[in-house]
Write a protein that binds this ligand. Structure first.
Ligand code: ADP
Length: 468
């Protein structure tokens, strides 16, 4: 962001610099135009030495010149000032050749506050000098000789180009430095605001921004800080109510367990004690018993999930060789798979891959996935279990080629109470909580689980967690 703003400033300042150069050039052009217009009205141009020249210098009329604050001097061949009226910058004396030469040079010099016009009368051999004080004059001109070639021309042009180039480089550096300096005034507070926003995004609601400025950024800072405080406040309220809700579910599911177990147990007892002749009552008792079992299952899952979510929960991890652990787990399932008419393939490497896992909880994960595969798919389904090491993670795959789950449900299936086809699942007695518990346990191990699936193409659960 910083470079973009300073680039923007750099472009703007370069444009401003170029425009000021063009404006300055135009101003000089305009001045010289004005000068040429003005020249016609200036007294020095109306009363030149040439205009008033007479062979007899006593007949020269100095009055209009003197009236306009000017002066007239006549110098003879002996360099004596033989006539003077009005403004006199020579003095009334005899000049030496050196003084006269200096005067001639002075009269043509740039920056002289007089307009000095000198005319030599070739007949009577004298110099006529007309002097006016300069009003305001700007001496700025490129002078060159286009008739006779100068030997220095190339060198001088090179020097002018070098100076111009240096000037442009200096301007560019100034534009760059100035744009950087100006940009810092914007980028610094913006940077602090970005850091603050990132803090908020990362869940640090105590983030506050302090810019120590008194401009519009200060307003933005106050608004940001007020917003962060508001969000922090609301988040803490939400967290509190979330905690309360979880605790409520945990308490309810815990407290309901015993009464439900009693209902289930006594209904079962009644069924065994009741005479088989009493069909209707038997029927009712069966319904009570089955529903109490389902409710119990739901409650147990709910209790389990709430326990996992509660702040007090912690895993009981041990260093385990995952390959060995998966092999052991599968061996316990082989007879169940055979009885259900499932086929299976396993690809578990001989190498040791160690991870910190809570065996009890990990059993729950693998068992839930295996039980689901058995529950929702018919005989002939093939199950494959694969394990491999991928960087610093171990990957465990449980795949089946059964009925599958619609691909668009692959993510939400891990949310509580999500099931594919409720009517189909009502026979299986599912609660829709199993995979939520599974994901929670995997995440508690620092890992993650994802499902690749397609309807009628089977399910592939990919579990990955860190190795040590
Ligand atoms: P439950 O099995 O108790 O309903 P789960 O969270 O374990 O809850 O599973 C959610 C749903 O995902 C199941 O109801 C079922 O529809 C679907 N499901 C899970 N595993 C499979 C599978 N291997 N094949 C087909 N459907 C599955």
């Amino acid at each position: 962001m910083k470079s973009k703003i300073s680039n923007q400033f750099f472009i703007s300042y370069t444009i401003v610099f170029v425009m000021s150069i063009i404006t300055a050039f135009l101003a000089v052009q305009l001045m010289s135009f004005a000068d040429s217009v003005m020249a016609k009205t200036l007294v020095k141009n109306n009363y030149t030495a040439d205009n008033i020249m007479r062979d007899d210098y006593t007949k020269i009329d100095p009055d209009p010149i003197v009236e306009n604050n000017g002066g007239v001097q006549v110098i003879n061949q002996n360099l004596e000032v033989i006539y003077s009226d009005g403004l006199n910058i020579l003095g009334s004396r005899k000049l030496t050749t050196e003084e006269f030469t200096d005067f001639l040079i002075y009269s043509k010099s740039v920056g002289v506050p007089y307009s000095i016009d000198i005319q030599y009368n070739t007949t009577e051999k004298f110099w006529l000098i007309v002097t006016f004080p300069t009003s305001i004059r700007i001496d700025l001109a490129f002078v060159y000789n286009n008739v006779v070639a100068s030997k220095d021309m190339q060198g001088v042009i090179g020097l002018i180009v070098a100076v111009a180039l240096f000037y442009f480089i200096m301007l560019t550096i100034c534009a760059a430095v100035y744009s950087k300096l100006t940009a810092i005034r914007f980028t610094d507070p913006l940077k602090k605001l970005v850091v603050g926003t990132q803090g908020l995004r990362n869940g640090d609601y105590n983030t506050r921004v302090h810019l120590n400025l008194k401009n519009e950024f200060a307003d933005l800072q106050d608004t940001f800080n007020a917003m962060a405080e508001q969000i922090g406040h609301e988040i803490s309220i939400r967290q509190q109510s979330d905690e309360n809700r979880k605790k409520l579910i945990l308490d309810i599911s815990h407290d309901l367990k015993n009464p439900l177990a009693a209902i289930s147990g006594y209904s079962e007892l009644c069924i065994t004690k009741l005479s088989p002749a009493n069909n209707e009552l038997n029927n009712y008792l069966h319904i009570i018993h089955e529903n109490s079992i389902r409710a119990n299952k739901l409650l147990t899952n709910l209790f389990e999930l709430s326990k996992l979510e509660s702040a007090e929960f912690s895993l009981n991890v041990k260093r385990e060789d995952i390959c060995e652990y998966v092999r052991e787990f599968i061996s316990n399932y082989l007879s169940v798979l055979d009885d259900a008419g499932f086929t299976y393939t396993f690809d578990i490497p001989e190498q040791e891959i160690f991870s910190m896992i809570d065996r009890g909880q990990m059993n729950r994960v693998f068992a839930n996935i295996m039980d689901n595969a058995l529950k929702y798919n018919g005989a002939g389904t093939e199950i494959s279990v694969r394990v491999w090491l991928e960087g610093s993670h171990v990957v465990v795959i449980f795949a089946d080629n059964g009925v599958g789950i619609p691909a668009d449900m692959a993510k939400e299936i891990f949310l509580p109470f999500v099931r594919v086809d409720i009517s189909r699942n009502s026979q299986t007695g599912g609660t829709g909580l199993g995979l939520s518990i599974v994901r929670m346990i995997v995440q508690k191990h620092g890992g993650d689980i994802l499902l690749k699936t397609q309807q009628n193409r089977g399910c592939e659960f990919e579990i990955r967690f860190p190795t040590i």
